[in-house]
Design a protein around this ligand. Sequence first.
Ligand SMILES: Nc1ncnc2c1ncn2[C@@H]1O[C@H](COP(=O)(O)OP(=O)(O)OP(=O)(O)O)[C@@H](O)[C@H]1O
Ligand SMILES: [Mg+2]
Length: 163
Amino acid sequence: MAGPRTVNWEKPDSGLTCHLRERFVSAIAQASSRVLVPATAVLPYRPESAARARRLVRGKLVDWELEGLIDDAQLIVSELVGNAVRTGCLTHMTVRIRRVTAGIVRISVRDGSRTMPVLIAAGVDEECHRGLALIHRLTRGQWGVTADEFGKTVHADLRVPAG
Ligand SMILES: Nc1ncnc2c1ncn2[C@@H]1O[C@H](COP(=O)(O)OP(=O)(O)OP(=O)(O)O)[C@@H](O)[C@H]1O
Ligand SMILES: [Mg+2]
């Protein structure tokens, strides 16, 4: 009489299958982290934070293979951080870049001031009040402010070029 049958639930893998499967899983993980994972930096209210914010934004856009957006994104984040620095808050601001959808990159800066930004139509000879107007132009009006209990977040959206 035949003895009890042992069932091996693990599919026997050859070394090559294992290797291919691992590479496949890691490629998928890498691809999804590129799309989904935002980048965030918590920075002091100091002018040098603008350079750190630009590096953050550049790094993420390179990651996402969106080098064509780097110049506009760096200008935007510089203006947002510059404005946050001028609020004179004391602790830290939060700079973030994320994909709202596959087609939209959002850059945002949260600061600890409840004063709202105002889009100002600067005269041709005026040297200041140009930051938000620039952001308005670069984003085709796709920017905004969200207040919270202790401050607000100003965001600006850039469209990912088709193709
Ligand atoms: N994060 C913010 N918190 C409070 N006020 C802000 C903020 N961002 C902008 N503002 C205000 O909104 C107005 C317009 O800002 P904008 O960036 O266009 O010009 P600016 O900062 O005065 O000058 P520039 O950016 O040309 O150096 C200014 O009065 C500015 O102080
Ligand atoms: Mg400004």
